[in-house]
Design a protein around this ligand. Structure first.
Ligand SMILES: NC(=O)c1ccc[n+]([C@@H]2O[C@H](COP(=O)([O-])OP(=O)(O)OC[C@H]3O[C@@H](n4cnc5c(N)ncnc54)[C@H](O)[C@@H]3O)[C@@H](O)[C@H]2O)c1
Length: 277
């Protein structure tokens, strides 16, 4: 049966999801609404209101008849968007796909949302995003002794990161491979909210935010966003390397993140057969 879908955020990921749906690549999915808080973003959308209901105000979207008929909402906007709208969405009994998983580095907020989701019988789905192997990390979590993720990107991917407000390292002066950060996943996402959602995903799948070690490197020779994950324990070792093409419209975001969101929606709308879950 066809599912009615809304997208929050019309950036690099939101655009890909809507385009894939319009091309018929996601059977049983119909995107009926798009909400983005920026009016210039919404006015750049090439679909009119008869094809896609467009909103720049969350309350207007939330109170609309379109909203009440939705099956699922995909957040691909920002950590703040998850915090601002997450509870309302779950309380209104909608399933929710979250891309800005960095919002879940706040354990209290995450458990509040999980409790609400149990009460309202809804699902919160987190796509694997810009990495691979969340399923395997989840499977071995009881046996993991250490888990590290090393993220290497071109310096331009770190523009706007709060890390540089506190650091002596100046982004514009980076001329060779430079380690920006080494520490746990909680501080990593505070310093680099738009770059290391993957560190939070891997930590939540594995041994938690405090124990997951994150290393972030800026390297001017990089043309890809590279994530290297190493999990060790009594089960053996998992070593995953993903080298992603950056999204053409947002170098912070890997194109794989869009493809993963599309795949997550595809499996939500076509539940009968799922591999690797
Ligand atoms: N899980 C992953 O592996 C992964 C990978 C890449 C990106 N991400 C995250 O996914 C999100 C989307 O990425 P993107 O590259 O498409 O971002 P983007 O910056 O290209 O686009 C985001 C869009 O969302 C809108 N937006 C932001 N905050 C909003 C709010 N509070 N309410 C309504 N609209 C809002 C912006 O106006 C913008 O149009 C980001 O948070 C990013 O960090 C996650």
């Amino acid at each position: 049966m066809e599912k009615k879908v809304a997208v929050i955020g019309y950036g690099s990921i939101g655009r890909e999801i809507i385009a894939a749906t319009k091309r018929g690549e996601i059977p049983n999915a119909k995107i009926v609404a798009l909400f983005d808080k920026e009016s210039q973003v919404i006015s750049s959308v090439g679909y009119d209101n008869s094809e896609l209901h467009l909103y720049t105000d969350f309350n207007e979207f939330y109170n609309s008849s379109i909203y009440s008929n939705l099956d699922i909402i995909i957040e691909c906007a920002s950590k703040d968007a998850v915090r601002e709208y997450g509870k309302k969405i779950i309380e209104s009994k909608k399933d929710l796909i979250v891309l800005s998983v960095g919002a879940f580095s706040d354990k209290e907020y995450l458990s509040e949302l999980q409790n609400l989701s149990n009460l309202n019988n809804t699902r919160i789905l987190i796509p694997t995003g810009a990495i691979a192997g969340l399923d395997s990390i989840r499977s071995v979590k009881k046996y993991l002794e250490s888990l590290t993720i090393t993220t290497t990107k071109h310096p331009k991917s770190f523009v706007g990161a709060p890390f540089f407000n506190k650091s002596k390292i100046k982004l514009e002066e980076i001329s060779k491979k430079t380690v920006l950060y080494e520490g746990n996943a909680i501080t990593a996402i505070e310093f680099f909210p738009a770059n290391v959602n993957v560190a939070v995903s891997i930590a939540l799948a594995g041994i938690g935010l405090e124990k997951t070690q994150v290393k972030i490197i800026a390297d001017p020779t990089m043309s890809v966003n590279k994530h290297e994950i190493l999990g060790k324990g009594s089960f053996g070792e998992i070593h995953i390397i993903v080298q992603n093409i950056p999204s053409p419209t947002n170098p912070k975001t890997s194109y794989l993140a869009s493809l993963s969101a599309i795949e997550c929606l595809r499996s939500f709308c076509n539940e009968n057969f799922r591999i690797g879950t």
